[in-house]
Design a protein. Structure first.
Length: 119
């Protein structure tokens, strides 16, 4: 009788974004994203939601490992660094005022220039 190791978390594929929870790796259009562990956990939470809004509280738990009661603004620098690492695809992370953030799969395309401002 052979023992089998249970499979790890699945690889998440959202358009050109690939998130590998077990390896703490994320790739956008094949490019490895330079993320810290905390930044990776936030991106993985957003990707796992499949386009739905992720509440601030859930993201804070992903960031700290437990809910600490910290204000949502604690997330802002982390989200900013994730967006920056994603280049033009970072526009896919949308703030939902007073609720949280969501990852819009339709905005993950790397075809848009990263420096174009949106109105």
């Amino acid at each position: 009788m052979t023992s089998r190791t249970p499979p790890g978390p699945p690889v998440l594929h959202i358009g050109p974004l690939e998130v590998v929870p077990e390896g703490f790796e994320a790739r956008l259009s094949g490019r490895l994203l330079p993320l810290s562990a905390a930044e990776f956990r936030l991106l993985a939470e957003l990707a796992d939601a499949g386009g739905a809004v992720v509440r601030f509280e859930r993201l804070l738990v992903a960031l700290r490992g437990r809910y600490t009661g910290e204000p949502p603004r604690v997330l802002h620098p982390f989200i900013s660094r994730v967006r920056r690492a994603m280049g033009a695809g970072g526009r896919a992370i949308e703030a939902v005022p007073r609720i949280g953030y969501r990852l819009d799969p339709s905005r993950l395309g790397a075809d848009e220039p990263a420096d174009r401002d949106e109105a």
